[in-house]
Design a protein around this ligand. Sequence first.
Ligand code: FMN
Length: 187
Amino acid sequence: MNPVIEALLNRSSEPKLTTPAPPASVLEQAFACAARAPDHALLRPWRYLVVEGEGLQQLGSLFEASATDSDSERQREKLRAMPLRAPMVVVAIASPVSHPKVPVQEQNYSCAAGVAYLVLALHSAGFGAMWRTGDVAERARVREGLGLQPTESIVGFIYTGTVTAEKPAVPRAEVSQFVSRWPQPED
Ligand SMILES: Cc1cc2nc3c(=O)[nH]c(=O)nc-3n(C[C@H](O)[C@H](O)[C@H](O)COP(=O)(O)O)c2cc1C
């Protein structure tokens, strides 16, 4: 099978990750792949933060600091531990600009397409990855702590590392269930 098709058909999100994290050479290549996402007017409306080592503890502290009064002690602890689920977290940030022909939504799509390429490239290089968001991606304290501009948004926290245990197979959608012809062929 064509190796690209094979990688696409075999990729799955992997939540159970440990060291080693992808090395610099793998990361560099994965980001180069992300930068090949379709990008109307070549605006490059994305940027990434790589977090590992002590940075993961700091990210956990930032998540915890974003807790509200209604969050229990248990929820705070959960927030603090979140980034420690992998040896590396890549924060994908959509960074749209004002453009007469390219709406912000299209620029966000471009960032998301890049993230899909990123996780596929990591998978192809033998590393697991899991795209996560959750409430924390929207919280002002987290946005501020990560240095987001008001126009920017967090498209994902990409947890990556070495797969410790493959997750059970995810049932995949049947092509015929989500693809049809328009106009519908007459009988
Ligand atoms: C934008 C986005 C955000 C996501 N956020 C989460 C999340 O916060 N937690 C989670 O368990 N899965 C999240 N997912 C789903 C997983 O990344 C994954 O796609 C899903 O578990 C299906 O697994 P698969 O990628 O192997 O098909 C998110 C996916 C996308 C595209």
